[in-house]
Structure formats: C-alpha cells, structure tokens
Design a protein around this ligand. Structure first.
Ligand SMILES: Nc1ncnc2c1ncn2[C@@H]1O[C@H](COP(=O)(O)OP(=O)(O)O)[C@@H](O)[C@H]1O
Ligand SMILES: [Mg+2]
Length: 279
C-alpha cells in the first residue's frame, strides 16, 4: 500500500454508475441529467452550495430516492428495480453517515455501534443481550479504530460532536459496507474535529478498500481529502476532476465561470469567506 494514503481506484469496474439521472420534486429539478461513474476504492467529494442537489444524489445511491428518469446502478444492481430482500441487501452494503450523526442519545456508545449490525442480522435486537459475543467484540474493535474504545459504556449524548461522528463511522463499519456515503459529515463540527473526521474516513477507506462518496461545501476540505471532486450546481455536474495538482483558485474559477448571476457568485464567495473565518 502506498504511504500517502492515496486509494487504489480500480477503473475497470465502477461500483456506482449514474446515467442521465434527473430528479424532480414538483417544480424543482433537484438533479438535472447527472452522469457519473465511481470506481471501487475511489474517494469522491460532491461539492456544491446549499440546494445544489448533493443530498438528493446521495439518497439515490441507497434507494432512498428513485430517479424521475435515468438509471442508477450500484454494486451491479439497477437500484430502481430492487424490492424486498435484494433492496435490504444493497442497503446493508452501503453505510451512511449524516451531518447530525443520528445516534440514539440515550443508548450507550457500544449499543449505537451495534445497531449498525441490524442491517445484516434478522429479528429484533434490543439492548446488548440481543447481540452475540462476536458482534460485541467486533463493535468494540470498530470503536478502537475510531479512537473511542474507552467511551463504549457512556451514553452517546455525553460525547462531543466530533466523537459522536466517529461513533457514527464505527456504526457504519458494523454493516461491513462496500460503499460509505457521507452527507456533509463535518458541517456541524469545528475545524479541528472536521480534519480528524475526514482523516479517519480517508484512512479507513484506504485500509478497507471502501468506495466513498462524501458531500461537502468547503473547497479546502475537498482538496485536502478527495481523490476527485464532482461539482454540482442547480443539480447539474459542472466540474468533475481529479484533485491531484488542483488549486482552490482553479476550483473557484470554474464555479465563477458557471455562475449565471452576481448573486450566485457572491454566494460562492461568501461560503468561502465563512469557511475561512471558521478556521
Ligand atoms: N423531498 C423533497 N421535496 C421537495 N424538494 C426537495 C426535496 N428534497 C430536495 N428538494 C429540493 O431539491 C433541491 C436540492 O436539494 P438537496 O439535494 O437537499 O441539496 P443540497 O444537499 O446540495 O443542499 C433543493 O431545491 C431542495 O429544496
Ligand atoms: Mg444536503
């Protein structure tokens, strides 16, 4: 394995493929003719302003949304055709982490991690009694990996935001996923915790050969951690480029070029300034 943590993308077999995907919500076009292929092991960052379609795109990848037109193919299956058990199987192979972590606050950290296994085992599992010893050891292993083994028996709501997001990563790993989706995973975190969470996602993805699609709105973080940036604007892909050698000025230049109004350009600049002020 290379020492610079760069992932080993296998371009011969895309694990995610979108072909001319359009999604409408009434009058709103949330995705507008998106075509995109993601190779196994790649770490792709979706970059775009609020409302540009990042969450909608991610939600298509585990069938939380269905396209109005076009095809979404994930891990060899056409997602819109899946029902019942094959759909559950797909969802179990796709881990998802969210801006607000979505932990159960009153449960312990360990119980929260164990709920990640619910996607792969049958029947209700309430409390620690329902899980096998092997599962508990596995969960503790994931907590160790995210640096929180000593917090296993604490309530989740006693942890900081950055720690809670690391628990959410451990919970996603409990699914033994092939793909990890992350929707603005650091938008609620301070700059230091943001770096920590992005580094962790990057390291785990590289070590386990996970394919990652992560939405962000900060250009700096995207350049630091992605293999490739896909820029969205009004639901359309306006930028799709490897990160190596890319500068922030180049990304901004592209955003500037595609801005259709001064208001839009100002919005891009304001987000950049806010991101800068936050660090
Ligand atoms: N369930 C929904 N119903 C109606 N409109 C929606 C829904 N989900 C998203 N949208 C709209 O689609 C557009 C893209 O939203 P979203 O994917 O959440 O963008 P982002 O995650 O980049 O902020 C926005 O205009 C949003 O208001
Ligand atoms: Mg969103």
């Amino acid at each position: 394995m290379s020492t610079d943590m760069s992932t080993t993308a296998d371009t011969t077999s895309p694990v995610i493929s979108l072909a001319d995907v359009t999604k409408r919500f009434g009058e709103t076009t949330a995705l507008d003719g998106v075509s995109l292929e993601v190779a196994r092991g790649e770490m792709v960052v979706l970059l775009g302003l609020s409302g540009s379609g990042k969450s909608t795109l991610l939600r298509h990848l585990n069938a939380l949304e269905q396209p109005t037109s076009g095809d979404v193919n994930v891990l060899g299956d056409q997602v819109s055709r899946l029902r019942g058990r094959p759909l559950r199987r797909l969802r179990s192979r796709v881990g998802f982490i969210f801006q607000q972590f979505e932990l159960v606050p009153s449960l312990t950290v360990l119980e929260n991690v164990l709920t990640g296994a619910l996607a792969t085992i049958r029947g209700p599992r309430l409390g620690l009694f329902g899980y096998s010893k092997a599962r508990k050891l596995e969960a503790l292993g994931h907590l160790d990996r995210v640096g929180l083994l000593d917090r296993a028996y604490q309530r989740a709501d006693t942890l900081s935001g950055g720690q809670q997001q690391r628990v959410a990563i451990a919970r996603a790993l409990m699914q033994r996923p092939d793909i990890l989706l992350a929707d603005e995973p650091v938008a609620s975190l301070d700059p230091e915790s943001s770096e920590q969470v992005m580094r962790l996602i990057r390291e785990i993805a590289a070590a386990d050969g996970l394919t990652v699609v992560c939405s962000l709105h900060q250009v700096d973080l995207a350049i630091s951690w992605a293999d490739r940036i896909v820029g969205l604007r009004h639901g359309a892909v306006v930028l799709d480029t490897p990160v190596e050698g890319l500068t922030k000025a180049e990304v901004m230049e592209i955003y500037g070029r595609v801005a259709t109004s001064t208001a839009e350009l100002e919005a891009v600049q304001n987000e950049l300034l806010a991101a800068e002020a936050a660090r």
